[in-house]
Design a protein around this ligand. Structure first.
Ligand SMILES: [Zn+2]
Length: 192
């Protein structure tokens, strides 16, 4: 899985990989792991929710399908903790239909596209003081240039953090606004 990143030496990487594969048994071949009747909790977009890049995307814990961006979190009364699987396994293991799972992913994909577009929206304006500002989801957002980075003001509230770039400040503002004002439709997709 992540073994190839540990060292540039090919032989060492291969050895580590085979060891990690032995330790990392798939749930489908783990004794006692239920095959059905799991509860669907939420869909997670690893790119936006956890800031991961493609090479860090997860494998399905149940079947080992590789590099999943949209992970479905499941729980079961006969199994400890929450497991993270791909859409195919989620459909087999829960009562949620493939169409509903696909919709949950589509909502997150849509949110991701809106998030990536947000810093480039034409409705961003520059104030006389040189601060960028926008009205979005009914709130006024200001990105303020400081000597050490960029600060946010959303509505009447000043943020405490500084962001290295204005784009990062804008993305943070998007996350706050969507969490605060996200539609009921997007809430169904889980942690939005
Ligand atoms: Zn799977």
């Amino acid at each position: 899985m992540a073994a190839s990143r540990i060292g540039p030496a090919g032989a060492i990487s291969v050895k580590l990989k085979s060891e990690s594969m032995i330790q990392h048994q798939l749930l489908k071949s783990t004794p006692g792991c239920p095959r059905t009747n799991w509860s669907w909790l939420r869909c997670i977009d690893l790119k936006e929710d956890e800031g991961l890049d493609f090479e860090d995307y997860e494998d399905c814990e149940y079947c080992g399908q590789e590099k999943i961006r949209f992970v479905h979190a499941l729980s079961h009364s006969d199994w400890p903790g929450v497991i993270r699987v791909g859409q195919v396994c989620a459909a087999r293991m829960t009562a949620v239909s493939p169409a509903e799972l696909e919709e949950a992913e589509a909502i997150l994909r849509n949110r991701s596209q809106r998030r990536q577009r947000f810093p480039r929206l034409k409705s961003w304006r520059v104030s006389a003081k040189g601060n960028q500002h926008i009205d979005y989801l009914g709130e006024h957002v200001i990105v303020m240039k400081r000597s050490a980075g960029y600060a946010l003001k959303i509505g009447r509230k000043f943020g405490e953090l500084l962001y290295p770039t204005d784009r990062e400040a804008m993305l943070k503002a998007f996350d706050v606004l969507v969490r605060r004002h996200g539609s009921t439709r997007s809430r169904r997709a889980g942690r939005v």
